[in-house]
Every structure is written in structure tokens, then in C-alpha cells.
Write a protein that binds this ligand. Structure first.
Ligand code: NDP
Length: 249
């Protein structure tokens, strides 16, 4: 219950799915939580839910991770309120699956802006004070698609491979400075993620594929994140891949 007492955790994409479950799980371990996403109603409801459990009241920031000024305001606001950021969960993401031929290149741009540059910019914003403290943990949510490529996931996989590359380069840079970097690679998790796929034929086949297995829950991923961030400071869990038992690839 108190593994993360006195820790401050910033969670991006906290308004639904994995981010929401992770915020709750971290708060249950005693962390002070700061939430970022665009949908204020969802963030506000999540704060109420966490408070209703008798846990520390989170703060939230309306933040589009495509906008560096939103990120800056969220990180500064968290530092003003809680004094530091110990844990950053870079979770905000979108998954515009579909064939390369005929793809909407604006989808590609948005996906890279959110999944890659948003994650890099959030990291950049918290890093100076983590380095100053000689302590900090950055958890980047990639995907099995960051390890394995398949048809119709070329662009999404490209974003998640980029997350893996950025994460390991960063890990090596900060290894001697007391900071940890963990990459989480979930398989199919039942969330809203597939609702936003813009190619309707691909959306249907992905939803059918997920419905054909016992998909993971957001809480399954939140548990893995809590495991990684609760290790002693000498232990850096570099990577966790989690698939549903009946997901082969
Ligand atoms: P959800 O759609 O439930 O959550 C996505 C979150 O990202 C929302 O909170 C959304 O908040 C936020 N988000 C999207 N765009 C932006 C933006 N521009 N600025 C800020 N926040 C944004 O999906 P999941 O919980 O499934 O996804 C979370 C992460 O997990 C993603 O990175 C995804 O790639 C990854 N993942 C998911 C898998 C799955 O099967 N579900 C499998 C592997 C990885 P809001 O709209 O309010 O801004």
C-alpha cells in the first residue's frame, strides 16, 4: 500500500485505459499523482474516484502532448504543487493502423507527434530536475508493435520502434546518474484505443481480432508498471513485454 509513499508520479494520457488504471494503481501505492490529457471531464472524474478511495488528491492538467507549451505548463505546475517529479509515465498514444497505400499522411504526422515527439518532449521537460535530484524513473509505453511488425501496422510500429530506440539511448545516458528508464510493451489490451482507428476496414478486423482472445485489462499493465517502479533504486527493469496468454504474435 505504501511502496511509493512520498513519490510524485506524472501520468500522460491519464483520461482513459492504461493511463487511468496506472494513475489509480500508483495512488493506491501512496504516490502523489499528477494527471495529463485533453479531456478535462475524464480527468476531473478520475480525481474524484481516487479521492473517494481515501487516497491523496491528484492534480490534473489539460495537456495536448503535441503542444510543447502545454507540456511545460503541466510539468511546471506539478513541480510548484509537489516540489518534484520522481516518476514519469509516458503513456499518451494513438494507434492509426491501416495499409501504407492510401493512408492519410496527416494521421501519420499526428501519430508521430503524439507517440514519439510528445513522449520525447515530456521526457525533456522532467529530465533537468530528475538529474538535479540524482533520482527519477521514466516509464515509456511502447507496444508489442515496438518489437514485431505486421502488415497494416507499418506506421504505428515505426512510432513504437522509435520509442524503444529513444528509451534505450536515454537509459544509457542516465545510467550513471541515478535515473532509470523502463519500456513496457503490451499486447492486446481492452481499451478505447481501437475506437480511433480511422481506416474502417482495419478497425473492424482489429476489433474482431481482439474480441477473439481474452485481452488484457488496463489493470494488468498498471500492475506491471507498479512492479517496475517499486524496485530498489539499484534495479532498473529495462523492458517488460506482456501479451494475453492466447495472443501468439
Ligand atoms: P486509450 O485510447 O484508452 O488512451 C489513450 C490516452 O492517450 C488517452 O488518455 C488520451 O487522452 C491520450 N491522448 C491521446 N492523444 C493525446 C494528445 N494529443 N495529448 C495528450 N493525451 C493524448 O488507449 P490505451 O490506454 O490503450 O493506450 C495507452 C498507451 O498504450 C498508448 O501509448 C498505446 O499505444 C499503448 N498500447 C496500447 C495497447 C492496447 O492494446 N490498448 C497495446 C500496446 C500499447 P485524451 O484523449 O483525453 O487527450
Amino acid at each position: 500500500m505504501s511502496q511509493l509513499k512520498n513519490k510524485v508520479a506524472l501520468v500522460t494520457g491519464a483520461s482513459s485505459g492504461i493511463g487511468e488504471a496506472t494513475a489509480i494503481a500508483l495512488a493506491r501505492q501512496g504516490a502523489q499523482v499528477s494527471l495529463m490529457a485533453r479531456r478535462e471531464d475524464r480527468l476531473s472524474a478520475l480525481c474524484d474516484k481516487i479521492v473517494a478511495e481515501g487516497l491523496e488528491k491528484p492534480i490534473y492538467f489539460i495537456c495536448d502532448v503535441q503542444k510543447s507549451q502545454d507540456i511545460e505548463k503541466s510539468v511546471q505546475g506539478t513541480l510548484e504543487k509537489f516540489g518534484r517529479v520522481d516518476i514519469l509515465i509516458n503513456n499518451a498514444g494513438v494507434m492509426y493502423l491501416g495499409p501504407v497505400e492510401g493512408a492519410d499522411i496527416e494521421d501519420w504526422k499526428r501519430m508521430f507527434d503524439i507517440n514519439v515527439l510528445g513522449l520525447m518532449n515530456c521526457t525533456h521537460a522532467v529530465l533537468p530536475q530528475m538529474l538535479k535530484n540524482g533520482d527519477g524513473h521514466i516509464v515509456n509505453i511502447s507496444s508489442v508493435s515496438g518489437k514485431v511488425v505486421s502488415a497494416r501496422s507499418a506506421a504505428y510500429s515505426a512510432t513504437k520502434f522509435a520509442v524503444g530506440a529513444f528509451s534505450d539511448g536515454l537509459r544509457q545516458e542516465v545510467a550513471k546518474k541515478g535515473l532509470r528508464v523502463t519500456v513496457i510493451q503490451p499486447g492486446a489490451v481492452a481499451t478505447e484505443l481501437t475506437d480511433h482507428i480511422t481506416d474502417s476496414a482495419t478497425q473492424k478486423s482489429v476489433k474482431d481480432w481482439v474480441a477473439g482472445m481474452k485481452a488484457l485489462t488496463s489493470e494488468d499493465i498498471a500492475n506491471a508498471i507498479v512492479y517496475a517502479v517499486s524496485q530498489p533504486s539499484t534495479v532498473n527493469v529495462n523492458e517488460i513485454t506482456i501479451r494475453p496468454t492466447d495472443q501468439a504474435f
